[in-house]
Design a binder for this molecule. Structure first.
Ligand code: THU
Length: 137
């Protein structure tokens, strides 16, 4: 796909450096471009009580909301070492969290530490999704 956002990759890669991952050792960074053009980055934050851990996408969404923005235009996720084969796509829960603040055309760009791997629209990774419109919002 054309239009790979290098600035989002760099913001997500920088955020990944802050990952708190003593349990999985799997560092992830995410960076959102919101509708006002600003960038909001976050890392995964694990917890000794394992289920309390938080994905990088959640941290980035929290930053976006705290800036006053509400709409994700595109989001970059960086995870995994260069050329390891597997893609660090957002987990199911994060797909739903992203969906809350997206349109069907919102783009999700997946990178590994070495660079771009694949891009999707929100609708491609979460088709027929449930969202605010289902509740009349
Ligand atoms: N993780 C993320 O932060 N984002 C993803 O897209 C996939 C998984 C985190 C959760 C956990 O801290 C670690 O990666 C291993 O699952």
């Amino acid at each position: 796909m054309s239009d790979i956002p290098q600035d989002l990759f760099e913001a997500a890669r920088r955020a990944r450096g802050f990952a708190h991952v003593p349990y999985s050792r799997f560092k992830v960074g995410a960076a959102i471009r919101s509708e006002d053009g600003t960038i909001h980055a976050g890392c995964n934050i694990e917890n000794a009580s394992y289920p309390q851990g938080q994905c990088a996408e959640s941290t980035a969404i929290g930053g976006m909301i705290m800036s006053g923005a509400k709409r994700i235009v595109e989001i970059a996720v960086v995870g995994g070492e260069e050329g390891t084969g597997t893609l660090c796509t957002p987990c199911g829960g994060c797909r739903q969290r992203i969906r809350e603040f997206s349109t069907p055309e919102t783009r999700i760009h997946v990178f590994d530490a070495g660079g771009w791997r694949k891009s999707y629209t929100l609708n491609e990774i979460l088709p027929d999704s449930f969202g605010p419109d289902n509740l009349g919002f």
